[in-house]
Design a binder for this molecule. Structure first.
Ligand SMILES: Cc1cc2nc3c(=O)[nH]c(=O)nc-3n(C[C@H](O)[C@H](O)[C@H](O)COP(=O)(O)OP(=O)(O)OC[C@H]3O[C@@H](n4cnc5c(N)ncnc54)[C@H](O)[C@@H]3O)c2cc1C
Length: 494
């Protein structure tokens, strides 16, 4: 209740009245003079505690966003704005803020694709543009979007700002430029932006200190548009599916890493363990590695054959099949989703979502089964991955919750390990799943496997995770400098 004591409710009421004047009351949901929110009625798929939100504002234009920020700056409400794009951050808190006593700024209605240039490889999009919409716009062109395995109805900008991971690379690499409303309501553009008069080369870091990364996992500004880089669409693609057993895991990882290091693999190599294969709707069984090879037809033929020869020679894999000769089974959603997503097509993703949480995108939070993510970075080597799986086993022994794991190899040295806790949401199971998450933070961080994305209940871990406190202090100083009245609420990372 501390937070409520600090709130200036009269100022908040006035601020919301002004917002309603600017945008219309229909674009605003407010709760009984700001004192009570609908937190006892809301729900999120992870069953994190619902915070007390005073209002939700749904602007439709950049001008609206600027006006809202100006109004909150003027009225000194002591209530910060919590920004979401489509709010489908499932597993990490969905649309929930980290703290109580905020007003949510939902940017889903800023959903214009402002411009696309396939020749140069970029699109300027707003936060409400979903990966399905952008992928659709690019269908039939020689460019494609780096899509994730989440729903097609998730935001490209929101995921990239949280540093999400697509099938081709981490989404931060797709960001070329950002349009940001600062806490004093100034609109700035950082990184690279198309020049109307001249064709300039895409250079996200510009010249001098690079400001773009300052606005990812950040509460320093409100992103109202982004320049997203578009990948060249490969002429051909083949995905190899390789199975191996737990007792050969270390050697199999060593071999797969060698393939990545030697440039035989296109995009993010994925390895699903038996639990995660089943959770996401694949065929249960052994570990499943999915290895993409793409490029010209000649390259794909040659490298696919090379990999098949390597797989045979090492004798570590119990089966090897290729997508171009053997289509994915109609009930194997993991393989279907991944193969389409490597090709920039998220149209199958809803199947995987339904297998994971039992609901479609619009009902994941209201009715979905329990789902929590823990996302550590792990060195890409057999011993480290094996150690991570041992920690998952320990969590199972302590809590009875058997987590699934998916290796996403971001490069030959780094794995984004997606640990998923699936549970039937009832008070006992939910408590156990949350205990499992707490234990995961402790065990993985002690082992040096530091998460790169946090959930809403573990923002307080931030200070323990930065390699040097001086960096964290600098972020605090920058925040104080550009947002002295805390117009933007504290987030999961700052
Ligand atoms: C089955 C399943 C599969 C999944 N697969 C993947 C996957 O492959 N890769 C992956 O990364 N995730 C995955 N997810 C997790 C999640 O669904 C996605 O990351 C999703 O894209 C995040 O939701 P969103 O796009 O609506 O972003 P949002 O929830 O809108 O935004 C995420 C966060 O970014 C910040 N933010 C958003 N918009 C702004 C803005 N305009 N200005 C400033 N800050 C902002 C906020 O902190 C916000 O909490 C998966 C989830 C499930 C259930």
């Amino acid at each position: 209740m501390d937070i409520l004591n600090k709130v200036n409710f009269t100022a908040l009421q006035n601020a919301l009245d002004h917002v309603a004047l600017v945008m219309g009351e229909a674009n605003l949901s407010r709760h009984d003079h700001g004192h009570f929110s609908d937190f006892h009625q809301r729900r999120n798929v992870s069953q994190f505690r619902c915070r007390n939100i005073f209002a939700i504002i749904r602007p439709k234009t950049l001008d609206h966003v600027q006006d809202i920020v100006r109004i909150f700056g003027r009225f000194k409400t002591n209530v910060g704005l919590h920004v979401i794009s489509t709010g489908r951050n499932w597993g990490l808190g969905s649309a929930e803020p980290t703290t109580d006593g905020v007003v949510t700024l939902d940017l889903a209605n800023l959903s214009t694709v402002r411009d696309i240039d396939c020749a140069s490889g970029w699109a300027v999009i707003e936060p409400g543009v979903t990966q399905a919409q952008l992928a659709q716009r690019l269908a039939g062109t020689d460019r494609m979007l780096n899509v994730t395995a989440s729903s097609g109805h998730t935001s490209v900008v929101g995921n990239a700002l949280d540093r999400g991971v697509g099938l081709r690379r981490q989404r931060t690499e797709d960001l070329a430029g950002l349009e940001v409303v600062l806490p004093d309501s100034e609109i700035i553009r950082v990184g690279w932006w198309p020049d109307e008069k001249r064709r300039t080369s895409i250079n996200p870091h510009g010249v001098g200190p690079s400001l773009l990364p300052l606005f990812t996992q950040s509460n320093l500004g409100i992103v109202t548009a982004a320049v997203i880089r578009l990948l060249h669409r490969p002429e051909k693609q083949c995905v190899l599916r390789l199975h191996f057993s737990r007792d050969t895991l270390e050697n199999a990882i060593t071999e797969l890493r060698r393939w990545v290091a030697q440039d035989l693999v296109s995009g993010v190599l994925k390895i699903y363990d038996a639990v995660s294969t089943q959770s996401y709707g694949g065929k249960p069984g052994q570990h499943l590695a999915l290895v993409c090879v793409s490029g010209t037809s000649g390259r794909v033929s040659a490298i696919t054959q090379t990999l098949i020869d390597e797989a045979r020679a090492c004798s570590l894999f119990t089966s090897v099949t290729r997508s171009d000769l053997e289509p994915a089974a109609s009930n194997d959603f993991v393989t279907q989703v991944v193969e389409h997503a490597y090709a920039g097509d998220p149209s199958k993703n809803e199947h995987m979502l339904r297998c994971a949480v039992g609901q479609d995108a619009d009902h994941v939070d209201t009715d979905g089964d329990g789902w929590i993510f823990f996302l550590p970075l792990v060195p890409f080597n057999g011993r480290a991955v094996s150690r991570a799986l041992e920690l998952i086993k320990q969590i199972h022994e302590k809590t009875g919750i058997r987590a699934g794991s998916t290796v996403n190899a971001l490069n030959a040295d780094l794995v984004d390990l997606v640990v998923s806790f699936k549970f039937v949401p009832n008070p006992e199971n939910t408590a156990r799943a949350h205990l499992a998450l707490d234990i995961a933070y402790k065990l993985f961080v002690d082992a040096g496997f530091i998460p790169y994305r946090l959930d809403v209940d573990h923002a307080h871990w931030m200070e323990k995770l930065v390699p040097d406190p001086s960096a964290h202090n600098l972020v605090r100083r920058i925040k104080q400098l550009i947002d002295p009245d805390a117009v933007i609420a504290p987030g999961r990372y700052a």
